[in-house]
Ligand binder design. Structure first.
Ligand code: DAH
Length: 341
């Protein structure tokens, strides 16, 4: 007995047989299997039609399904055997032993992550705890609470990425200082590593998104000398015992006094070279003593508590450490660059 389903089954199996005879790769065979017997294949689709088959034809139709599946499996097996046997059916090995081996591409840590992790582990050894903060910030935490005046140029939409609702992509990791102090009582000793965003035009030393590690230490009787010794220890751990540091007066809204921290040039050891622009020094961090206004903003008594803070750029350290002369290499994900690390 025959019906439309049996006819369709038979012609599909015949077509599959032709395709399998012509198959030249395991992939070809797998495609036929999927087309016939995959989740959306011809055989499962036809078997859904079973319910429409008149009862007196069901038995024969069922047998036809079994036959079709068995035949298909036979053709599949034959095709697999044919392809597997084809390479050495002559008894000779046709692998070309003179071909160079295939290179094994293994993944590895990005230089930014390596430097970030190294920074974190140095500061952890000094007793700093790692904290996190949001990359999407509000104006209060990124600027106001950090004592940044309303007309400060860094607030300009030409410099900072704002969202329609007034929130922004944090321009620095400093807002994590505020969030930490809001939620914890002193003493505080934290580092906050993370991504930051600025509306800069990308070039060899600028990127719209980069990484910083922020540090904050709040206790009784903290001095600028404490800050200097912490950063000197960091310099030695990161770049070796020959590195010296110096502080230059500067201005940041959230510290008073504020300094910029330079490390003696790790390339020329302070003699002067192209990297340090012949000055013998490399600018590494902004830092200072936490401004009493900042302490007041988080409800700390500035007469009782004092502290230091710093922020430094991870890309800058990575570029010095690995002699990278263009920051854009760090974001392009060019394998030829990445596999050097
Ligand atoms: N937030 C500053 C920047 O992005 C860096 C900085 C300077 C952080 C002084 C600090 C600090 O914590 O005390 O340029």
């Amino acid at each position: 007995m025959s019906n439309a389903i049996i006819e369709q089954l038979n012609s599909a199996v015949a077509a599959a047989e032709e395709k399998l005879k012509a198959a030249t790769s395991e992939n070809d065979i797998e495609n036929v299997r999927i087309e016939m017997n995959g989740r959306k294949g011809i055989i499962p689709a036809l078997s859904k039609e079973m319910k429409n088959v008149p009862p007196e034809q069901r038995k024969d139709t069922g047998i036809a399904f079994n036959d079709a599946k068995n035949k298909l499996q036979e053709f599949l097996d034959a095709a697999v055997d044919r392809i597997a046997g084809s390479s050495d059916s002559s008894g000779e090995c046709d692998i070309d032993l003179t071909l160079p081996g295939r290179k094994w591409q293994s993944g590895r840590k990005h230089p930014i992550s390596t430097v970030m992790d190294d920074c974190v582990s140095i500061f952890r050894r000094m007793g700093f705890i790692v904290v996190d903060g949001p990359e999407i910030e509000d104006v209060y935490h990124n600027f106001d609470a950090l004592n940044t005046p309303a007309d400060h140029p860094s607030r300009d939409p030409g410099d900072t990425f704002y969202f329609g609702d007034g929130r922004l992509l944090r321009t620095q990791t400093s807002p994590v200082q505020i969030r930490t102090m809001e939620n914890n009582d002193p003493p505080i000793r934290i580092v906050a590593p993370g991504r930051t965003f600025r509306r800069d035009t990308p070039d060899a030393t600028h990127s719209m998104n980069f990484h910083q590690i922020e540090g904050l230490y709040i206790d009784r009787n903290v001095s600028l000398g404490d800050l200097k010794s912490a950063l000197l220890y960091f310099a030695h751990e990161m770049f070796g015992p020959k590195v010296g540091i110096r502080m230059r007066p500067h201005f940041f809204p959230f510290t008073e006094p504020s300094v910029e921290v330079d490390f003696s040039c790790i390339m020329c050891e302070g003699k002067g070279c192209r990297i340090c622009k012949n000055s013998g020094w490399l600018e590494i961090a902004g830092a200072g003593m936490v401004d009493p206004n900042v302490l007041k903003n988080v409800g700390y008594d500035p007469d009782e508590w004092s502290g230091y803070a710093w922020g430094m750029g991870i890309e800058r350290i990575a570029m010095l450490r690995y002699r990278i002369n263009d920051i854009r290499f760090l974001y392009e994900n060019d394998v030829r660059f990445l596999e050097q690390f």
